[in-house]
Design a protein around this ligand. Structure first.
Ligand code: PBG
Length: 348
């Protein structure tokens, strides 16, 4: 007697059975669209390394947000490009800074839109680093010491505690403007606690904090730095962002942020770090956001434009993978096109 070997495939036999057994779902309300805002009127400057993304003036930002909302994207993450940059990034915490203006306009025009504000200084500082700089003597090589050198004068590092002071100011400025969620992304120690204290002391006990807890020092941020005009003028971010090789250190960052009062945590980038999302989800029971970053977007767009991949199918698969890894929310530049794709499918 012979037995049919078909077992697992019975559950995939036809679309009726298959679609009832979908374990992971993906809908536009899980997506957060990042948006860039700059001074001016009636402008939408394309970002060349991110086809489909723009730096919007506030009036055009409102149009875009309305369109997103209509398509089913109910959350946005705002980044500002200020008129003027300076050593401390003071536009970030000015009551009338670009982000504060954008948040007020957005909450007024679409109150139902969830507005998340990125809290960092690299877009606002003249040097492009994520905080206030202090001189940082580097150890000398043996040869330099033999030659009589003492310190290398030209090196700088971000001053953690000086930066905390402007982080508190910025969180308050954003909350006062009406931001629904504050998202610190600078990887400074103690940022979440500093923000929580500042918010609580000024009547914003209800404002949640979404911390970019495990943010890796990644080459995938390249296109974003064009979009946000935020590339560091010298050096890199390795003294504050995480080493891509380290899981334990990433988990420690998350533990610390949760202890300091983070309501949600983020993993960034997402694609090369799905294991981190899963580990966080299995360890803590907090909402986790994945940031599908600019370089991940640019790769898909470039290959799609060449006809080397089925772009829509790849987008769906990537976002699904992030959900499957455990992400509750996904910040993605694909948000709009994904929502448009889903609406189209539904109307077929
Ligand atoms: C600010 C910030 C960065 C990104 C989000 N917030 C850039 C960086 O750290 O260099 C990158 C997002 C992306 O690549 O899409 N610190």
């Amino acid at each position: 007697m012979t037995f049919p070997t078909t077992r697992l495939r019975r559950l995939r036999v036809n679309p009726l059975v298959r679609s009832r057994l979908n374990e992971t779902s993906l809908s536009p309300d899980r997506l957060i669209a990042p948006l860039f805002v700059r001074p001016g009127k009636d402008t939408a400057r394309p970002v060349s390394s991110m086809p489909g993304q723009y730096q919007f003036s506030i009036d055009r930002l409102l149009q875009e947000a309305k369109e997103l909302y209509r398509l089913g994207i109910r959350s946005v993450l705002l980044f500002g490009i200020p008129e003027k940059k300076d050593l401390k990034g003071s536009d970030a915490y000015a009551a009338n800074g670009i982000i504060q203006q954008a948040v007020r306009a957005l909450k007024k025009s679409i109150p139902e839109m969830l507005v998340i504000t990125d809290l960092c200084f690299c877009e606002y500082t003249s040097h492009g680093h994520c905080g206030i700089l202090k001189p940082h003597p580097q150890p000398l090589s043996l040869r330099e010491r033999v030659a009589g050198g003492r310190v290398r004068p030209q090196s700088f590092d971000v001053d953690n505690d000086a930066t905390l002071a402007i982080i508190a100011k910025t969180a308050l400025a954003q909350a006062r403007a009406g931001s629904d969620i504050i998202a610190p992304s600078g990887m400074m120690d103690g940022a979440v606690k500093t923000i929580r204290n500042a918010l609580d002391r000024h009547g914003f006990e209800q404002a949640p904090v979404l911390s970019y807890s495990s943010k890796f020092s990644s080459a995938f941020y390249g296109p974003f730095r064009e979009a946000a005009e935020s590339a560091p003028r010298f050096g890199d971010r390795r003294s504050y962002q995480l080493n891509p090789a380290n899981i334990e250190e990433a988990l420690r960052e998350v533990a610390e942020d949760i202890a300091e009062g983070a309501d949600m945590v983020m993993v960034k980038p997402a694609l090369a770090y799905l294991d981190i999302i899963r580990r966080i989800k299995e360890t803590w029971h907090v909402p986790v956001a994945a940031y599908n970053v600019s370089g991940e977007y640019a790769m898909v767009k470039a290959a799609g434009a060449k006809g080397w991949i089925d772009e829509e199918a790849v987008i769906r698969e990537i976002l699904l993978g992030m959900r499957r890894a455990g992400a509750d929310l996904i910040i993605t530049y694909h948000a709009k096109e994904f929502a448009a794709m889903s609406n189209e499918r539904r109307s077929k």
